[in-house]
Design a protein around this ligand. Sequence first.
Ligand code: S3P
Length: 435
Amino acid sequence: MSDLSLSRARPLSGEIRLPGDKSLSHRAALFAAMAEGESVIDRFLVSGVTRAMLGALTAFQVPWRLEGERLTVTGKGLRGFAPPAAPVNCGNSATTLRLLAGALAAAGTPCVLDGSAGLRRRPMDRITKPLMAMRAPVTATRDCAPLTLAARAADTPLCAIDYAQPVASAQVKSCLILAALAADGVTTLREPGPSRDHTERMLAAMGAGIRVGQDGAVTVAPLTRPLAPLEVTLPGDISSAAFLLVAAAIIPGSAIVVRDVGVNPTRTGIVDMLAKMGAEVSVENPRTIAGEPVGDIRLASAGLKAIKVSGDTVVRMIDEFPAFAIAACFAKGTTEVRDASELRYKETDRITVLCRELRKLGVVLDEHEDGFAIQGGTLSGGVCDASGDHRLAMALALSGLAAPAKVTVQNAEILAESFPDFVVQVARLIEGLVI
Ligand code: S3P
């Protein structure tokens, strides 16, 4: 696949179950490697970015095997990462690179962490500065990858810090939590908004001394005994579900159910915002699996109206703005997104590139430094480009399902980075299949 074309579809219906959550898959694989003993992770997301994490584990000589969606990892403990023979390639995955930087700072293993040209453009000073404050021996070229970590002796612990992150970022927070496991005292981390808390939940379940205060500050005690291995079935990815929820929301007469999705409150901003726009959406059968809230999301279309998204909600749906922008294209009125300048530091500058590609489809919009405003009812169709961003590829493509004319997305194969099954799952809902 290179070009992906979608045309106006009949209403979506049926039930689907999606592959495991990307953030949880990354964490489960890496934390299992840091634990002692064999972990078994079911419903592991097999995709471009998680293969980057598995490739890195191979480079550090951590044994793992994948049978379908079942990942087995043999962890050798916090300092069990062997020095790799060459720079470790994290591909396009910032989560892989940033989380590994924390884990390797804790391990004391010398290594070079590198990635694709796109990953080399993403800011790394947000982790190198606090890691240096912890006296981790890390250096970077112009605050970007490649990152070089020097060896650190086991009897020289990292230095515990009290650190306020300038941006709300779970990748930064997770990197520092992992490093803090090898510090000389309790580390305290604060951030300006509620970023996803999967690391806190999973490491606590594995026996780490992690607490979250009333004010949201995270305290991490140094590890005194090995992390326990994992035995989990991961929930489906709400960030992938978001594309299908938006597709159902914009096609009149649609009604779908996405089963077994992670509904951690730090990730459900998109569900709240689609409800605010008028979609009939509910979370059913709430339950907790491996410390994570899980549920079935039911959505029926209804005429969407424009809304404004700003403040903490932005953090709770940070990956969903490409999909959300498509909902805005089919809403009545002008939808505004503000306080979202962090979008400029994702796989692409998701404000400029999203606005540029939507304009190619006829959308009337304004670009702001910290967001955009989209005039609903102006998307006509045409040809646009995924621009090296998996979420843009999927969002732009699904606009074709409700547009007056066909939408073609060039270079759409990038979508396999996070959701290789995208086309199959959309087709299932067009056919109205039930699992
Ligand atoms: C992720 C955190 C988010 C998100 C990314 C995955 C994670 O990044 O955009 O896709 O797994 O921790 P930031 O926390 O840096 O915003």
